[in-house]
Design a protein around this ligand. Structure first.
Ligand code: AMP
Length: 614
């Protein structure tokens, strides 16, 4: 069914560290707080000993004591192959177990169960969907989800799959910096060249956009690094602490998963504090016990802002180098940029702000909320897509060149980096042998002419070719990148005009069947979750009524105890109270509902008795 403008659509910023959901209401974008009142939710998932799933703040709160079954920074793994450097590095630093999946992809082991990365991301997305549904009081299925601009095809596809598993119809995937620019420029009549500098928990992106009056947002250039973010800053602090501890005690803290998780939390906390103060105390008593006597060792250290800046300066410099290259690609001078918008939690670090300011020769723009602006932009785009609004036009670009590998392992570019999407390119292939019935081609997403294994999108086979002398069969192949940045390939036999069957084997990713199964599991969770939410709400209501009836009891007793009728009523009320308490203890929803009604009647009766003049 075609969506209508009355269907709500949410914008979700699925962050490495935190996620955020927004919606446009009466033309105004609103960030939706979760049950705890927070506008961002940690992108964390845990499975408890009892097999219960925890998402968000409750997962974060128990991360230290359940480190092996708590997943964080899963975005660093999405759409990646198990043997990629990113995954190797995550396996060294994460307390949870990362194993190889059936397609050379990544699976996460939690309490003996294997989960795909898409499934874990879906758990976070499902939570954001629930946050929005509670706010709107209705089901929400349509969403725009953001990804780092530099995400590859498989990372985008995997994010879309995660949305599908979470029960969302992902109407568009948009780039985070582009979303931030949308939020910045929304409703403003401006004509500006804007640089969006986005340094989050796991990724860095820079995009340069032209915002034109009339609501045209055109991305001029984009670049980034999907493995450069706040986590790397934390890792530097951890390195220092681990090394000093080793020098002093000859004990390797990394061996202990709980100690490592505590170190991570402490390092991140110190880093964040140092954005506002010049010194931060790191205090980790009983960090590890050693020797036969289990001697407890403690870690205590003061970290200064200056030290933090020294050990992380090169990371910020890497960001600046990427900015430089992006400006160069866009053939722009630093001084031509009218405005710099900072996005992502890491841009709160004073060193980042000052280096960005120095680089562009202007103070970055204040007034956008770095943690919320991306979700807001996604919500704006979602609304515009549903309304088919012509007031907002978004022209984004592809961050990676698309090409094929030809003879001699040379990369042949078909679609260049920073080409406006959607876009397509055609190329004619012919056979190189007589009676050849199939041609095999490698599709790559790359930047230079180096064929990097990690950028192989998939193998692409033209089959069922007509037997003919070599060079006589001509197949026109179309490579397309859609508005989500996702690649598709189609082919046509030029002589017959017949569509050729094409099989693209993705280098990683899930099969339709696996996605279906994961969707079923997500639905089961939803049923459980709804039941437990309903139970919780009923329990609270019944406990409130118990307290109310108990409070009124002595007064009612005083008034009615002299009559037989009154004594009988009091006896019944005691019975109702007993049954209600038992229903709470037994965690029995059906009994709770029954006692809720009985208690409500008793409560009404009690109130009637005490309010009558005596
Ligand atoms: P994001 O992915 O945008 O949610 O950014 C999260 C990253 O920002 C994490 O690495 C946080 O530690 C970091 N961050 C959050 N607040 C601050 C702060 N006040 N100073 C420095 N870094 C911060």
């Amino acid at each position: 069914m075609k969506p209508t403008s009355t269907d709500p659509v949410i914008g979700i910023d699925l962050g490495t560290t935190n996620s955020c959901v927004a919606i446009v209401e009466d033309g105004v974008p609103v960030v939706i707080p979760n049950r705890g009142g927070y506008k961002t939710t940690p992108s964390m998932v845990a499975i408890t000993e009892a097999g219960k799933r925890l998402v968000g703040h409750i997962a974060k709160r128990q991360a230290i004591t359940n480190a092996e079954n708590t997943v964080h920074t899963v975005k660093r793994l999405i759409g990646r192959k198990f043997d990629s450097p990113a995954v190797k590095s995550a396996r060294m630093t994460c307390a949870y177990e990362i194993v190889e999946g059936p397609h050379g992809d990544v699976r996460i082991k939690l309490r003996d169960q294997l989960y795909s990365v898409q499934e874990v991301s879906a758990m976070v997305l499902q939570e954001m969907k629930l946050v929005a549904e509670e706010h709107k009081g209705r089901e929400i299925t349509k969403a725009v989800i953001t990804v780092p601009a530099y995400f590859s095809d498989s990372q985008r596809q995997a994010t879309k799959d995660a949305g599908q598993i979470a029960g969302l119809d992902v109407i568009r995937i948009i780039n985070e910096p582009t979303a931030a620019a949308l939020a910045y420029g929304y409703g403003k009549e401006i004509d500006k060249l804007v640089a969006v500098f986005d340094l989050g928990g796991g990724t860095f992106d820079i995009s340069i956009l032209e915002i034109g009056s009339g609501g045209v947002f055109k991305v001029v250039a984009t670049a980034g690094d999907t493995f450069l973010g706040g986590e790397d800053f934390d890792a530097r602090v951890i390195d220092v602490l681990v090394k000093e501890f080793y020098d002093e005690h000859k004990v390797e803290l990394r061996q202990d998963r709980m100690a490592l998780q505590r170190l991570k939390d402490a390092a991140e906390k110190a880093k964040c504090e140092l954005s506002t103060v010049s010194e931060s105390d790191i205090n980790l008593p009983f960090i590890i016990s050693v020797g036969r006597s289990n001697e407890a060792l403690h870690l205590q250290r003061t970290l200064t802002r200056r030290e933090l800046e020294e050990i992380t300066r090169d990371l910020v410099e890497r960001c600046m180098e990427i900015c430089e290259a992006t400006l160069h690609d866009a053939q722009l001078k630093r001084t031509e940029i009218d405005e710099v918008v900072l996005v992502g939690g890491m841009t709160r670090m004073p060193l980042v702000q000052s280096m960005v300011g120095d680089f562009f020769g202007r103070e970055p723009c204040k007034g956008v909320h770095p943690d919320e602006v991306v979700a807001v932009g996604a919500a704006i785009q979602g609304k515009a897509l549903l309304d088919e609004s012509e007031e907002l036009i978004l022209l984004d670009v592809t961050p990676h060149a698309l090409g094929i590998m030809t003879h001699g392992k040379k990369f042949e570019e078909l679609i260049g980096q920073n080409t406006t999407v959607p876009t397509s390119q055609t190329k004619v292939f012919t056979t190189s042998r007589d009676n050849q019935t199939a041609v095999k081609i490698l599709v790559l997403q790359a930047e230079g002419d180096r064929v990097d294994e990690n950028n192989i999108l998939g193998e692409f086979i033209l089959k069922d070719l007509r037997p003919a002398p070599k060079g006589h069969v001509e197949i026109e192949v179309t490579f397309a990148i859609d508005s989500d940045g996702i690649v598709s390939v189609s082919a046509k036999d030029l002589e017959t005009g017949r569509e050729q069957s094409i099989q693209v084997t993705a280098s990683s990713g899930l099969s339709e069947e696996e996605i279906e199964q994961m969707m079923e599991k997500a639905d089961e969770y939803l049923v459980d979750r709804r039941q437990s939410d309903e139970f919780e709400a009923m329990r609270q209501q019944v406990e409130k009524l118990i307290a109310e009836v108990e409070r009124l009891f002595p007064d009612v007793e005083h008034i009615v105890a002299s009559s037989d009728f009154g004594r009988e009523a009091l006896g019944k009320a005691r019975g109702v109270l007993d049954l209600a308490r038992r229903a709470v203890e037994d965690r029995n929803l059906a009994a709770l509902k029954e006692q809720n009604e009985a208690l409500s009647r008793t409560h009404r009766m009690f109130k009637g008795v005490v309010s009558r003049p005596h």
